[in-house]
Ligand binder design. Structure first.
Ligand code: FE
Ligand code: FE
Ligand code: ZN
Length: 301
């Protein structure tokens, strides 16, 4: 049996001056061969103009480091809420622009939270998501919209495979829709992540395993089913290190990029990214109970 090819990375930053080059450099500093970024602040929709020569240089850098562009992911800002029909025009416009930005950068996967129905109810919320996607998605687009499985906090939609199936079934150009798992969200929603093969079986039965585009790898601060969405560093939460390792190395999803969104570590003066160390633990398949100190020592001096 050959070695399982691991596609692993984390959320990284993106800035005005270096743009995707900044993201790649950060990803490489963590030992990643995949990464995810927001094209601006996740909590607002202000976006800087993208630069052509920086984009070309970024692709050279990806090639030099053997990073496949299909393992590079953009996350749409989480404040847009497709389930709110009152924001329909704004959502359509923003999503169109975000897809154009991805196409300009050569990105093939755009992760999107489906949205929250707020007071309008599940059916109205899902209908609003479907209407927005039907207005935005076109036959020849090059970007896949990757709807993220949500924890079920508040009135979040897209918390189970049937809701996702409803969206897929009702969108005309649904060849452009894929699904993004999140181990924290799914555990918080109630899925048993210690029995990941059964989760995959159910997904395959309802939607089809070929629709899986990406997996966010996070531990959870809370017990299963609690619907909170509080990410924890790997091995320190209620999903647990061994279950996360079994998911990451599951041969059925070998080719799917695994992206860490675990919290930064608070030191005395600053916060530090855990990803270089967590990726090392994942590569070694060995939990390091002293990892927090090691991160603070590494970045804090
Ligand atoms: Fe997300
Ligand atoms: Fe996520
Ligand atoms: Zn989350």
């Amino acid at each position: 049996m050959g070695d399982v090819m691991l596609i692993i990375g984390s959320h990284v930053s993106f800035n005005k001056d270096e743009q995707m080059i900044k993201s790649i450099k950060e990803a490489l500093s963590y030992g990643s061969n995949a990464f995810m970024f927001y094209t601006g602040a996740p909590q607002n929709t202000l976006r800087v103009p993208l630069d052509f020569s920086l984009m070309v240089k970024a692709h050279d850098l990806l090639n030099e480091n053997n990073i496949d562009i299909s393992n590079v992911i953009v996350h749409a800002p989480y404040i847009i809420n497709l389930a709110n029909f009152e924001n329909f025009d704004f959502n359509v416009n923003f999503l169109k622009n975000e897809i154009e930005r991805c196409e300009f950068l050569g990105i093939k996967k755009l992760v999107l939270h489906p949205g929250s129905h707020v007071k309008n109810g599940v059916d109205v919320g899902l209908k609003s998501i479907v209407d927005t996607l039907n207005t935005v998605l076109t036959k020849n687009m090059k970007v896949k919209i990757c709807l993220e499985m949500m924890a079920g906090k508040g009135s979040e939609l897209g918390t189970n495979f049937n809701e996702m199936k409803y969206i897929i079934d009702n969108v005309k150009h649904n060849e452009n829709i894929m699904i993004c798992f999140d181990t924290c969200h799914m555990h918080d929603q109630g899925y048993d992540m210690s029995d990941f093969n059964s989760v995959l079986d159910e997904f395959d039965k309802v939607i089809g395993i070929d629709k899986l585009a990406c997996i966010h790898i996070n531990d959870s601060k809370n017990e299963r089913g609690i619907k909170k969405d509080r990410h924890e560093n790997i091995g320190f939460g209620c999903v647990g290190f061994d279950n996360l390792i079994n998911i990451i190395y599951n041969p059925r999803i070998q080719s799917i990029p695994k992206i860490l969104e675990t919290p930064w570590i608070k030191g005395e003066k600053d916060s530090y990214p855990p990803y270089k160390f967590e990726i090392e633990e994942i590569k070694n398949k060995k939990f390091d109970s002293d990892v927090i100190n090691k991160i603070i020592n590494y970045y804090g001096r």
